[in-house]
Each structure stands twice: as C-alpha cells, then as structure tokens.
Design a protein around this ligand. Sequence first.
Ligand SMILES: C[S@@+](CC[C@H](N)C(=O)[O-])C[C@H]1O[C@@H](n2cnc3c(N)ncnc32)[C@H](O)[C@@H]1O
Length: 234
Amino acid sequence: MAQFTETERRRLEAVYRRNRERWAEGELPVSELYHLELFNAAVARSGIAVPPLFPVGSAANAGLLYVLFRLAWEFPGLSVLELGAGQSSLLLDALRVAGRVSAVTTLEHDADWAARIGARVGHEVRHAALCPVEVAGIVTPAYATALDRQFDCVIVDGPIGTPTHSRLGALALIEHHLADDFVLVFDDAERPGERQTIERCLDLYPKARHVCVHAMKSQCLVFTEKFAALASFA
Ligand SMILES: C[S@@+](CC[C@H](N)C(=O)[O-])C[C@H]1O[C@@H](n2cnc3c(N)ncnc32)[C@H](O)[C@@H]1O
C-alpha cells in the first residue's frame, strides 16, 4: 500500500470541507468529542500525570492527542522529533517523564513561542529559524538546525501550514534523521497542502504502510512493518 486510495482521498477531502464549514460556524463534529473521550479515558486509567491540555484552535486536536498517547502506550521507548511546539509538546513531556517515550526534541521557528513552551517542559524545545531548501524540485521552508541523531518517530505539525506543498521541508529532515523502523505522524492531513507532502512521502517510502485518523482534523500515520499494529488506530 503506497499512495492514498481514492476512498482515502475522498474521506480526507470530506473532512477538510466539513471542518471548514463547521469551524466557521463554531461547531464541532462528534468525532472530535469521541476522540477526546478516548484520550481522557485512556489517560485517567493509565496513571500517567498529564497536565491540563487545551485542544482548541490551531493547537493539537483530540485526534492528535489520542494518536500520540496511544502510540507511546503501545510502543514504549520511542525517540521523538516534534516539528512545531504547543499542546502536543506538553503531552510528549509528560510521556517522557512517565518513561513511555525515551527522548523528545521539539523544533519551533517562532522564538517567543519556543521559549514559552520550553519553559513548561523538561525536554529541549529548540528555536530553529526557517530557511529555504529544495525538496523534490520545490523550494520550501525548512528548520535550519543540525541534529546529531536518528529518531523513531517524527511528528510533523509545524511550521504554519501553506496552501500547497505544506511542510514539505520536513522531508529534508526526515531523509537524514529517520531510523530504519519508523513512525511518521502528519497532522492536518486533510488539508490540500499537507496531502501533497504526505503523497510525496509515500512515494519516498513505498514499502511503508499508512492509516488516517479523522476527527476535527485528520492525522496520517506512515509506518514500517514493525509498527503494523498502528493500522488499527482508526
Ligand atoms: C499547528 S501549530 C503547532 C501545534 C502544536 N503541535 C500543538 O500541539 O499545539 C503550528 C505553529 O503555530 C504556532 N503556534 C501554535 N500555537 C500558537 C500560539 N498559541 N501562539 C503562538 N504561536 C502558536 C507555532 O509556531 C507552531 O509551530
């Protein structure tokens, strides 16, 4: 399974259109409340101390919180690179303190925001300016920073999205810093620009599988066989 199927494309497009309308009207789809309940119940039963989280606006939605928590619960010990700081950084820090993830590095292009989130977590929230790089013949912003290690998991939720080839620069980092067995979590997967980037990623990793979780927003998880159980996350 490499590229999105037509059914997956239609579903992502439907989530995109529905949520743009609902957002304008200030309404939430029931799928968002469902994932919030899944997340809250799992946290409550886990015994892991998670700080107050506010999944509203452009922050991590309930679907992303559910995905990250379940990922760390079912696959303990992952080293995580997070692109874009926020509510998800607070959750990852709690999971690190609880020993469910082994290490977390967060990259953030906004210096003030990096400092604010960095002050609330115990892992590194590194300010990294955005610089143009070329990926697949397209000039795109990418975090300008040197990383000295491989990561099992990369969460792509920054920088701020663009209408086309959104966050394509993430693929430059992924190319050099992804472990042989990996999980990629693309947030905002329903948006056209992110979909283009995910399809490009699926081209780069033709043996990888993927699954999409849909609520107020969608996440696309791209993973190697070791993480086959992720197929049941949706
Ligand atoms: C989609 S957000 C990242 C969300 C983050 N992963 C989370 O779970 O909240 C993408 C970018 O928006 C900016 N951003 C998000 N929330 C912000 C806030 N409350 N104030 C300022 N910038 C914010 C940051 O630069 C961030 O990298």
